[in-house]
Design a protein around this ligand. Structure first.
Ligand SMILES: Cc1cc2nc3c(=O)[nH]c(=O)nc-3n(C[C@H](O)[C@H](O)[C@H](O)COP(=O)(O)OP(=O)(O)OC[C@H]3O[C@@H](n4cnc5c(N)ncnc54)[C@H](O)[C@@H]3O)c2cc1C
Length: 409
């Protein structure tokens, strides 16, 4: 394992840390109890500053103006940006656009690059990813009801999706739809690019999540596709390749998510320590920090975050060396482990803040509400645990290595 940070990367991380602390975290007040339009203007202004610093969309390849980072470097950057919910958006590398950019890069035709990828990379438009359906189990997406039927030179899409995150205001959706119901299960579906102004595309509502429906980027859309007609030229990759492409989208994406969660955990931890040191609980000046239970939470949280960070960087290092397929055990293990470490860190920080912890005067309650979903999206905990456990048991039975952190295939 080699997580040595190059000089160039150290400079970048230093610039990012400073900008996040001085320019982005101060916007959280506007996000929590201000005005959405004012916040949008402030975000655009900060995005402009990021462009001037040559740090815009750092996740993109160099030819698209990105920094050409490897996966470990990506991870380190995601932690720095994850310290505030606005970090990735201000730097132009937010989900779901970042994942969409990755697959468009790999699979888009020249025409699709010009129409969809270029404006997305430039930050002129946003996009969304439309796979999950309310009536079907997202954990087993081969059970999919949305269809795309060929008609002349077009596909006609019919279906009902939800949790199409950021659909509100997106220029286009990448839609998963069944193109051949008779094919083997994992070859039935395809990805199709659907501009959101196509007749038949309807954003029914922004689903209210933990008390907030939101608007614009921070939303989860319920979307109806009714006789939604797009040219067959909007097919992304080959017909029937939907699940293969979806898998590619998820592997490296989990490093981004996990390291972003480490950023959340680390900042929550720092807030927890600060509060414990300052909160006086006795007239003689004793603070919460003097209580053993608090000291234990501090020690446990520090150790858990450190373990989670090392696990994730190790998985990133393996993706760099052997690719996402050979690193799938490590990727599965970080997905559930880091989500739970992050949620415990946020929960303890809320507890140490007492009533203040559940108000919107700090960022903690926002994370408490919104990050609970980390144990569900991109594969629920139980699904990752089952598949990892099954693979480890099978490998042990055939005499193979069952130590995580080593390439297997
Ligand atoms: C905040 C958020 C953002 C999202 N963004 C997007 C997006 O942009 N685009 C998109 O297409 N989707 C998105 N999703 C949807 C997400 O991918 C699905 O919610 C997820 O795949 C789970 O599917 P489901 O909700 O249908 O749950 P189900 O499949 O119904 O599963 C429910 C629960 O059952 C349990 N379970 C399921 N299968 C098993 C099993 N095999 N063994 C044991 N237990 C099991 C798990 O505890 C699971 O949480 C988002 C979801 C959330 C919460």
């Amino acid at each position: 394992m080699d997580f040595e940070v190059s000089e160039k990367m150290q400079t970048i991380l230093g610039m990012v840390d400073e900008f996040i602390a001085n320019d982005v975290i101060p916007l959280e007040g506007e996000m929590l109890h201000g005005n959405q339009a004012t916040l949008n203007d402030l975000i655009v202004e900060k995005q402009q500053r990021v462009r001037q610093m040559d740090l815009w969309a750092p996740n993109h390849p160099v030819e698209f103006g990105g920094l050409g980072l490897n996966m470990v470097e990506h991870g380190m950057l995601a932690e720095a940006l994850g310290r505030t919910p606005l970090g990735l958006l201000v730097f132009g590398c937010q989900a779901p656009d970042a994942g969409n950019v990755e697959i468009l890069h790999k699979y888009a035709t020249d025409d699709q690059r010009e129409r969809f990828l270029r404006p997305l990379v430039e930050g002129e438009v946003r996009s969304c990813f439309s796979m999950t359906e309310p009536e079907m189990p997202g954990s087993n997406p081969v059970m999919m009801a949305t269809t795309a039927r060929k008609d002349g030179d077009d596909y006609v899409i019919n279906g009902h999706k939800w949790f199409t995150s950021a659909a509100d205001g997106s220029a286009f959706a990448i839609v998963m739809a069944v193109t051949d119901p008779d094919a083997p299960p994992y070859s039935r579906a395809s990805m199709i690019l659907v501009p959101t102004d196509t007749p038949g595309f309807e954003l029914i509502r922004n689903v209210s999540v933990m008390g907030h429906a939101g608007s614009g980027y921070g939303t989860h859309g319920e979307v109806s596709y009714q006789q939604c007609r797009v040219p067959q030229a909007n097919l992304l990759g080959g017909e029937g390749d939907g699940f293969v492409i979806a898998q590619e989208r998820l592997g490296p994406g989990r490093i981004h998510h996990c390291m972003r969660w480490i950023g959340i955990a680390q900042r929550s931890f720092e807030m927890m320590c600060d509060r414990a040191n300052k909160r006086q609980i006795r007239p003689d000046g004793q603070t919460l920090a003097g209580r053993q239970v608090i000291q234990h939470w501090v020690a446990e949280t520090a150790a858990e975050i450190s373990g989670a960070r090392l696990m994730t960087l190790n998985a990133a290092w393996m993706i760099d060396r052997v690719g996402p397929k050979a690193a799938r055990d490590e990727i599965a293990s970080i997905k559930f482990q880091v989500a739970n470490v992050m949620l415990r860190a946020v929960d303890r920080a809320v507890q140490v803040h007492g009533a203040l912890g559940v108000t919107d005067d700090t960022i903690l309650s926002y994370w408490y509400r919104h990050e609970r979903a980390a144990r569900i999206y991109d594969g629920a905990d139980e699904v990752h645990k089952s598949s990892l456990g099954r693979r480890l048991l099978k490998r042990q039975a055939s005499g193979g290595p069952i130590r995580l952190g080593m390439a297997h295939d």
